[in-house]
Design a protein around this ligand. Structure first.
Ligand code: PLP
Length: 405
């Protein structure tokens, strides 16, 4: 149970700000989350006290920084319930992690005519990397359709497999519809065909308990900045057996064992995939963010946010002319809507004047917008630091905009 919301909010100084003389109501958490004091202090502490390039140094500071970075990797491993730290690759974020898999997997495991299955509710970052590989390697992309309620059509999914299917790559939670996809079932079905699965966990890791081993995911990716950590750091989890098979994504320092002008022997996991100086300050701050989340409790967060979602959905549905996109049985923390004829951009601009930060537009999911037959939505997305009082203000403000326009 989350009971002391006020003390949680005190950890996030930005939540005390005002915009246009109104208290800030931050409902753009699916785009990025705010950072608790503990995470910001970790960054400061890193630069003030533990800053030296890692892995190559014999001196004290370098060893301390290396230890902090590798401990951060162990924290991520434990958080995701991965088998070993070697299965945790630090990347710049979800986007880079998917690009890494798309590039290395298609190089090692795909021939012209092979197929990858994605879904109709993917973020561009789980569409475009595959299109780049389609152009490079002549592979084909198949798409699981999205049904009326915003759920994946699982029967159609099963029909997409062929002898050429090499990988399934789908999102855990839709950043537009809030749908929590049945990823365990998706993985089980793929595995019966001997096909590995990548799960885009960008919207899931901040909101629910993720256990990559229990899910059976072959690859699982997420971004630090969406889970209260810093920008510029993210994670690719990959089963060791897969990561071992894949070639490096980039070449450079750190990822090598030996180099001559004739030949390079690559380093062991995870370093094979981490060319160049890693964001060792970012990794330790990300680990701090995960610790923070654990202190509140992932289950407590899920329960609190689900309550907020239910409250907001009921209130929003009661407003005349509101259409909510995404009516899935399992939803999480994302509420996309349109109000009558009001353009999403106008609604967003006016809500901003009331101090309310929401996102408007296609949310990097243009193909899904096409299926929905709209240009964009207004998206309110919640965190455990939001309150029902904030939702009341939001609902009153939507109502005011509706009567105004
Ligand atoms: N996948 C999903 C489902 C997302 O919501 C996002 C960001 O909104 C991304 C991928 C891309 O994340 P990033 O920009 O942090 O790489």
């Amino acid at each position: 149970m989350i009971s002391d919301i006020e003390s949680i909010r005190k950890d996030f100084p930005i939540l005390g700000h005002t915009v246009y003389n109104k208290p800030l109501i931050y409902f753009d958490n699916a785009a990025t989350t705010q950072k608790p004091r503990q995470v910001v202090e970790k960054i400061e502490e890193g630069y003030y006290n533990v800053n030296a390039n890692i892995h190559r140094g014999v001196h004290f500071l370098s060893q301390a920084a290396t230890e902090a970075h590798e401990n951060a990797r162990k924290k991520v491993q434990q958080f995701l319930h991965a088998h070993s730290p070697g299965e945790i690759i630090f990347t710049r974020g979800t986007t880079e992690a998917i690009n890494l898999v798309a590039s290395s997997f298609s190089d090692a495991c795909m021939q012209p005519g092979d197929e990858v299955i994605i879904s109709g509710m993917e973020h561009h970052s789980n569409i475009v990397p595959w299109q780049i590989q389609a152009a490079r390697k002549g592979i084909a992309i198949k798409v699981i359709p999205v049904g009326e309620k915003g759920e994946l059509c699982m029967d159609r999914y099963k029909e997409l497999f062929s002898e050429h299917t090499r990988l399934v790559s789908v999102t855990h939670i839709s950043n537009v519809l809030g749908t929590v996809n049945p990823v365990r079932e998706i993985i089980e079905i793929a595995h019966t065909h001997g096909v590995p699965v990548l799960i885009d966990g960008a919207q899931a890791v901040p909101h629910l308990k993720v256990d990559v081993e229990a899910l059976g995911a072959d690859f699982y990716v997420f971004s630090g900045h969406k889970v209260y950590g810093p920008t510029g750091i993210g994670v690719l989890y990959g089963k060791e057996e897969w990561l071992d098979k894949l070639p490096p994504y980039q070449g450079g320092g750190e990822m090598i064992a030996t180099v001559t002008f004739e030949k390079t022997v690559f380093n062991e996991l995870p370093f094979k995939f981490e060319a160049g100086t890693p964001d060792y300050i970012g990794s330790t701050a990300l680990a701090e963010a995960l610790r923070y989340v654990e202190t509140i409790g992932v289950e407590n967060i899920a329960a609190y946010e689900n309550d907020l979602m239910q409250y907001a959905t009921e209130k929003l549905t009661a407003i005349e002319g509101v259409r909510i996109f995404g009516q899935a049985r399992h939803k999480s923390s994302v509420l996309s809507f349109l109000t009558g004829h009001i353009h999403h951009y106008d609604m967003g601009m006016l809500l901003d004047r009331f101090g309310i930060a929401v996102r408007t537009g296609h949310h990097c999911a243009q193909p899904l917008m096409k299926v929905l037959g709209i240009e964009g939505t207004v998206r309110a997305s919640f965190s455990f630091y939001n309150t029902k009082e904030e939702i009341d203000t939001f609902i009153n403000s939507v109502e005011r905009v509706r009567t105004l326009l």
